[in-house]
Ligand binder design. Sequence first.
Ligand SMILES: Cc1cc2nc3c(=O)[nH]c(=O)nc-3n(C[C@H](O)[C@H](O)[C@H](O)COP(=O)(O)O)c2cc1C
Ligand code: SF4
Ligand code: SF4
Length: 388
Amino acid sequence: MSTLEQVIGGIRFRSPLVIGAGPLSDRVDLIKKAADCGAGAVSIKQTAWTEPRPGVRKMCAQRGLYFFNPSDRRLNPQKTAELIRQSKEVTDIPLLANILGAGENVGTWVELGQQLEDAGADGLELNFACPNPPAKIGEGGFQYGASMSQNPAKAADVISALTKAVDIPVWVKFSGDGTNTAALCAAAAEAGASGITAFCSPRGTFPIDIYNGGRPKLADLPQCSLGGVNGPAIRLASNRVVVEAAQAAPSLPIMGGGGISCAEHVIETIMFGASLTFIFTQVMLEGFEILTRLNSEILRFMEENGYETIGQIRGQALKYIVPNSELDYAIGPAAKVNPELCRGCGTCAKIAFCRAIELRDRKAKVDPERCECCGLCASLCPTNAIYF
Ligand SMILES: Cc1cc2nc3c(=O)[nH]c(=O)nc-3n(C[C@H](O)[C@H](O)[C@H](O)COP(=O)(O)O)c2cc1C
Ligand code: SF4
Ligand code: SF4
């Protein structure tokens, strides 16, 4: 009998699906809905040490492509403490407090962590990830989560101070922008972190109206900054960071995500080394009900493929990863087409560089002399008719 349940760092997660910190986790009704629909845990919207100016919630998305946001509201410690207390009355799933101290000022991270531990948080998630710097604050530098990811030594100071100051697990969520994953993970493990959340929102551009001089196409904004990119566009890069984290700090559990939109993506991320996965964009676009479906699809996958626990799935794909210099560059056998499956759609025959495929009698034919065995046609064929 398969189970989605895991105990990690003393916390019981009934599902590997965690709601990523953001607009889905700053109100009690949302946290309750997430729990009712089967979330394994919720990472609460970032609690910032200071709010140098009122945060505004601006965001836009293109389904299947990206979710962009240049800024968001933040919680303050009092609001989060109240949110945790109220949420604990209506649900018993673990609540992680995503915290953002004042730049490199270690004491502010510690005080935030202690306050939210006292309020009942089950774990902390240090926000070394936020790509949107709101303002410069004093000598301490920027209050800018991602800047901590780029400074493993400072990050280690914060982690080390926090792990000594609180009794709950301390996870580290980091940015993929300019981060030396191996150095950061090694520093986090050394400093006593309980886990790694990888990875968050690389910065990108906003959509523009090319018929209107390139103005931002984002709500009412007359101007816009660069901002965090999420959703499908970042999934393969997110998994790359999960792999790097798994290789650099094999002792640390990983919460992987960024771009997950279906059960297969959850399983892939676990196969690349994660124990838990976080999801934001797809829930935002489809509603919390998607969690119920994902849980039952993951469970069905496990039962059909002989996995009893998430731990048995975790890291399965890592053994296939080699350094690029060790890739086997031998040219294999030519692509073949199963005529039973080919429906003559012509997709493979349109590949611009390939001179090996043509359609004859509405069936694809491969000239083995010309095929370079690159694999592209097989990956594009809608009926899986091409094989090697
Ligand atoms: C509007 C918005 C606000 C977010 N706020 C936070 C935050 O407060 N703390 C944090 O660590 N991540 C935050 N994130 C990042 C998400 O938790 C998540 O890491 C990211 O969206 C990638 O996952 P996805 O591709 O499933 O959306 C935010 C993302 C968005 C779009
Ligand atoms: S893409 Fe697949 S189905 Fe379409 S023509 Fe090629 S082999 Fe046939
Ligand atoms: S494997 Fe590459 S070279 Fe060979 S037929 Fe397919 S697309 Fe062309």
